[in-house]
Design a protein. Structure first.
Lengths: 622, 203
C-alpha cells in the first residue's frame, strides 16, 4: 500500500476508532477536539489572508533560493505543513475517486480513453457510474491513468494495492500526484494549468506544481529516466541521460528577503480555474466563431462558480442536487425558497405545475435549446482544451453529443450529454470485458491492420470488413479468453460460426449519459418561452428529435429518436397530445364564449330576480 | 381531500335522488290516485307549442346530459385509478369533450332558463307532498349555471400565460371543486327535470 494511501487509511481508521468510543458520562470532563490547523480555523475575517510562506520539499525541508541543488516544492508539505489539513481535504470530490467507500454520486463527466488507431473511445471512471469502466478493467494501472489524465486532475493519486513492481518503480521515479491546491486556489497570472498538464505527461509529477506556479523552470523528463532513478541522487544515472534529468531552477526574484514566497492564494477559486478542466464548448463555437457564443446567465451576471458550488474543509463541493443536503445552493434554493443574491422568483406563468413534478429545472433552462438533431461538444477533461498542442479540429475524438433528454433516477426528465462507447473486448458469460487499446494495437500491427488516420482527429477510415478482420485476429490471439467483440454505434459486433460479422444489441453498447447543468439560459431563452408548442408539437425536438449515433463505421451513423431515452414515455400519446394543440385556440374561444353567454344569462335573470325581490318588498310578488 | 369531497358530494346527490324516490313511492301508496299535487309548471307548457322547438329541446337535453356525463366521467375517473393528476388519454378526452359540454351548457340554459324562473308558487310547492320536484329542478339548474362559469373560466385562465404555477394550482383547484358541484347539480337538475316531465306527461 502506498504511503499516501496508507496515511489516509490510517486517518480514517483513527476517525472510526474515535467515533466508536463510548459517550462521555455526564459530569465527565469533555474530550479534547482535534485542534484545527492555523489556516482551517477562520477568525471570521472576510479579508484575504496573505500567503507569504516558505516552500517545502517532499521531505518537509525548507527550500532556500540559494540551495545548491533546488528541490521541487511539495504542495502537500508547503500548504499542509502547519496551516491546512490536507488529509481532510484529500477526501473531497476532486481527489477521492480512488478512495474506497466513497459514494459514487450522480452520474458525472467520465474520463475518455481515446485511441484512434484502434477506433476506441471508452468512458472510464473510478466511481461506479453505470456505463463507465474502472481503469483496472482494461488492465490500466493507476500510474498509467495518472499519466493519461493527471494533467486535468488536481492531485490525489498514488500507488495502489495490487500495482505491479514495475508500476511501483515508476511511481518512485515520477513521485505521487499530490493534491495540488494551486490548481484551484492560485490566482496568480503566472499559474499555468497547461504547463502542469505538460509536466504530468512527462511524468514529472513531483515537479508539476513548481513548473505550473511559475516560481521555477523545470527541465528534463522523468519519463526518460530508468526505473532505478532517485530524484535525491540524480547523478546515479548514466551520462547519456544526464541532460534529461528532471530538475527545477527557481527564479531568485520570486523569493522575499525572508526566503519565503508570496503566493496569490484565494479562498474562492476563480471561474477560469474551474474552466481549465470543466469547460464545455459547442464544436460550432470553437475557433473563429467563438465570439458568437453566449455565457451562462449566472456568469454573465457576475456570479462565480463557487458561489453555488461551495465546500467546507472537507472539499465535498456541493453539486446542486435537487434533493441534496444543501438545498439552499440549488436552483430552487435561490429561485423559489430563498433570495440569495437577489435571485428572481419566477412565476412560470401559463406552465401547469405538473411540469415541475416531471422535469428538472435544467430541462428547460440548461444547455442549448434542443433542435432537430443533437449538437456536438468538446470538453476540458476529455479533450484537454487549453493544453499545449491540443487538436483544435471540431471532429477530434471523443465525440460527445448534447442535449439528450432522458429520465433520471428520480423519474424526472433532464438534459444530458452523451457518448457512444467504442471499444474491443471479449465476451465472457454474456458480459463484455474491455481490452486495453495497446493490446488491440499489437494485434493490428501483427496483421498490418492499423487504419489510416485523418488529420481532423476523428475516427480512422474503418468499415465492416476491417472490424471482421480485427475480430479474426483477436480470436486467433487468445481463443480461450472468450470470443472477441467490438462495441460501437450502440451495437455489439462479433463473428458468427461461419466467421462472418454480425451485430446485435447489448447493454454495454448503450451510450453513457450524464446530466447537463450549465450553461444556464434565462427565462426568455428557456424551453417553452415561445409557447407550449416548443415541446407539444408533432415535430418537437424534445420528444421527436434525432440523437446522433456515433460509430467509426459510417453505415452505423444513423439517428435514434430522442424518446428512446425517455423511459416509460408514451410516444403515441405525446404525438396525439401534440396534434390536439392545433385545436387549443378553438377550445379557448368556445370556452370563453360559453362562459360569457352563461354569465349573461345569469345577469339577465339576476336582474329580473332583483326586480322581483323589489316587488316582494312592495307586496306585489306573484 | 378531493377524493373525500367527491365521495361526499356524489353520495349526497344520490341520497337526494334516493330520498325523492322513496318519498314518492310512499306518497303513491298512502295517497289516493290524483291526490298527488301535480308538479306541472305553467312555464313548461308555453314552449312546447312548436314541434321543432320540442324536438330541438330533446336533442339539446340529451346532448347536454351526454356531454356532462363525458366530462364528469373523464374528470373523476382519475380518482378511481389513484392518479393524482389527470394525464394521458383521459386528459385528451376530457379536453376534447369540454367544448361540446360548454356549447351544450349554453343551449340547455337557453332552453331552460325561462322555465326555471322562480315564482311565488315555488315556496308552497317545496312544502307540499310530491311537488318539490319543480323548485328543486330550478334550484339545481341555477346552481349548475352559476357553477359552470367559474368551472370554465378557471381552467381557461390557466391556459393563458397570466398566472404563475402556484396560482395555476389554485385555478385547477377551483376548477375541480366547482366542476364537482356542477356535476352534482347538473345530474340532480336532469333527474328532477325527468321527474317533472314524467309527471306532466302522466297528467
Amino acid at each position: 500500500m502506498g504511503i499516501a494511501r496508507f496515511s489516509i487509511a490510517a486517518a480514517l481508521a483513527a476517525m472510526s476508532l474515535l467515533q466508536a468510543q463510548p459517550k462521555a458520562k455526564p459530569g465527565a470532563a469533555p474530550q479534547a477536539q482535534p485542534k484545527a490547523k492555523l489556516g482551517d480555523n477562520s477568525a471570521g475575517s472576510r479579508g484575504q489572508p496573505a500567503h507569504i510562506i516558505a516552500l517545502r520539499d517532499p521531505e518537509g525541508d525548507t527550500i532556500q533560493p540559494g540551495d545548491r541543488r533546488a528541490m521541487p516544492f511539495s504542495v502537500t508539505q508547503t500548504c499542509g505543513g502547519d496551516c491546512h489539513d490536507v488529509a481532510a481535504i484529500s477526501r473531497g470530490w476532486h481527489f477521492n475517486a480512488t478512495l474506497p467507500g466513497v459514494p459514487a454520486g450522480r452520474n458525472g463527466q467520465p474520463w475518455m480513453l481515446v485511441d484512434r488507431e484502434t477506433a476506441t473511445q471508452i468512458p472510464l471512471s473510478y466511481r461506479t457510474w453505470p456505463g463507465t469502466y474502472r481503469p483496472q478493467q482494461l488492465g490500466m494501472s493507476s500510474r498509467e491513468f495518472a499519466v493519461h489524465f493527471g494533467g486535468r486532475i488536481p492531485g490525489g493519486m498514488a500507488p495502489e494495492e495490487g500495482d505491479s513492481s514495475a508500476d511501483r518503480a515508476r511511481w518512485g521515479v515520477s513521485g505521487n500526484l499530490e493534491v495540488n491546491c494551486l490548481a484551484c486556489h492560485d490566482a496568480s497570472p503566472a499559474y499555468d494549468p497547461a504547463e502542469y498538464a505538460h509536466q504530468v505527461a512527462l511524468e514529472n509529477f513531483r515537479y508539476a506544481p513548481a513548473a505550473a506556479s511559475g516560481l521555477g523552470l523545470v527541465t528534463g523528463s522523468s519519463r526518460d529516466m530508468p526505473d532505478i532513478f532517485d530524484y535525491l541522487l540524480p547523478n546515479s544515472v548514466e551520462d547519456s541521460l544526464q541532460p534529461k534529468i528532471p530538475k527545477v531552477e527557481y527564479a531568485p526574484a520570486q523569493f522575499l528577503p525572508s526566503g519565503k514566497v508570496a503566493f496569490d492564494i484565494v479562498r474562492d477559486a476563480k471561474p477560469s480555474s474551474c474552466y481549465s478542466c470543466h469547460t464545455n464548448t459547442d464544436t460550432e463555437l470553437t475557433g473563429a466563431t467563438r465570439w458568437k457564443g453566449q455565457d451562462d446567465i449566472h456568469s454573465a451576471r457576475g456570479i462565480a462558480c463557487n458561489q453555488c458550488h461551495r465546500n467546507g474543509l472537507d472539499h465535498m463541493v456541493t453539486r446542486g442536487y435537487e434533493k441534496g443536503a444543501e438545498v439552499s445552493l440549488t436552483c430552487e434554493g435561490c429561485h423559489q425558497e430563498g433570495n440569495a443574491m437577489g435571485a428572481p422568483h419566477p412565476d412560470h406563468e401559463g406552465i401547469p405545475p405538473i411540469h415541475f413534478a416531471k422535469m428538472t429545472c435544467t430541462a428547460c433552462h440548461s444547455g442549448p435549446l434542443p433542435e432537430t438533431n443533437t449538437r456536438q461538444l468538446k470538453n476540458g477533461m476529455t479533450h484537454g482544451l487549453g493544453e499545449f498542442n491540443v487538436n483544435k479540429a471540431a471532429q477530434a475524438l471523443p465525440h460527445l453529443y448534447y442535449p439528450v433528454f432522458a429520465r433520471q433516477a428520480d423519474g424526472k426528465l433532464a438534459p444530458n450529454r452523451l457518448v457512444w462507447p467504442a471499444f474491443w473486448g471479449r465476451l465472457q458469460k454474456g458480459s463484455v470485458v474491455p481490452l486495453h487499446p495497446e493490446q488491440v494495437k499489437k494485434a493490428l500491427l501483427k496483421g498490418k491492420l492499423i487504419a489510416p488516420l485523418s488529420p481532423d482527429g476523428s475516427w480512422p477510415n474503418a468499415d465492416e470488413h476491417w472490424v471482421e478482420q480485427v475480430l479474426h485476429l483477436l480470436n486467433e490471439d487468445a481463443p480461450s479468453q472468450g470470443p472477441a467483440v467490438y462495441i460501437a454505434g450502440g451495437k455489439l459486433h462479433r463473428l458468427d460460426s461461419a466467421g462472418k460479422l454480425r451485430t446485435e444489441d447489448h447493454a454495454q453498447a448503450q451510450p453513457y449519459l450524464w446530466p447537463i447543468a450549465h450553461d444556464v439560459r434565462p427565462a426568455s431563452q428557456a424551453l417553452g418561452a415561445k409557447g407550449c408548442q416548443d415541446c407539444h408539437a408533432t415535430d418537437s425536438a424534445l420528444f421527436f428529435g434525432n440523437v446522433a449515433v456515433d460509430s467509426p463505421l459510417a453505415a452505423e451513423r444513423v439517428a435514434w429518436k430522442m424518446n428512446r431515452f425517455e423511459k416509460n414515455l408514451d410516444v403515441d400519446y405525446q404525438a396525439r397530445l401534440a396534434r390536439t394543440w392545433r385545436y387549443r385556440g378553438m377550445l379557448k374561444g368556445i370556452g370563453l364564449a360559453a362562459a360569457g353567454l352563461l354569465l349573461l344569462f345569469l345577469l339577465a335573470y339576476a336582474f329580473r330576480a332583483i326586480d322581483r325581490l323589489s316587488a316582494v318588498t312592495a307586496g306585489r310578488f306573484r | 381531500m378531493y377524493r373525500t369531497a367527491v365521495t361526499v358530494v356524489f353520495l349526497s346527490a344520490l341520497g337526494i335522488i334516493a330520498a325523492d324516490v322513496v318519498l314518492r313511492l310512499v306518497l303513491r301508496r298512502t295517497s289516493p290516485p290524483n291526490r298527488v299535487t301535480p308538479s306541472r309548471d305553467r312555464e313548461g307548457a308555453e314552449s312546447a307549442n312548436h314541434p321543432v322547438v320540442g324536438w330541438l329541446r330533446v336533442v339539446v337535453n340529451l346532448v347536454g346530459l351526454a356531454s356532462l356525463a363525458m366530462v364528469a366521467s373523464t374528470g373523476f375517473s382519475a380518482l378511481l385509478t389513484n392518479d393524482n393528476a389527470m394525464t394521458g388519454d383521459r386528459l385528451i378526452w376530457h379536453v376534447g369533450t369540454a367544448p361540446a359540454f360548454a356549447l351544450a351548457a349554453v343551449a340547455v340554459t337557453l332552453f331552460w332558463a325561462h322555465r326555471n324562473r322562480f315564482s311565488s308558487a315555488d315556496g308552497s310547492r317545496l312544502t307540499s307532498a310530491g311537488a318539490w320536484a319543480v323548485p328543486l329542478r330550478k334550484l339545481f339548474f341555477w346552481l349548475a349555471v352559476a357553477l359552470a362559469v367559474p368551472t370554465l373560466l378557471s381552467i381557461l385562465a390557466a391556459m393563458f400565460p397570466l398566472f404563475g404555477s402556484d396560482d395555476q394550482q389554485d385555478l385547477v383547484c377551483i376548477h375541480r371543486y366547482c366542476a364537482l358541484l356542477l356535476s352534482a347539480a347538473g345530474f340532480l337538475f336532469a333527474y328532477f327535470a325527468l321527474v317533472t316531465w314524467r309527471e306532466r306527461s302522466r297528467d
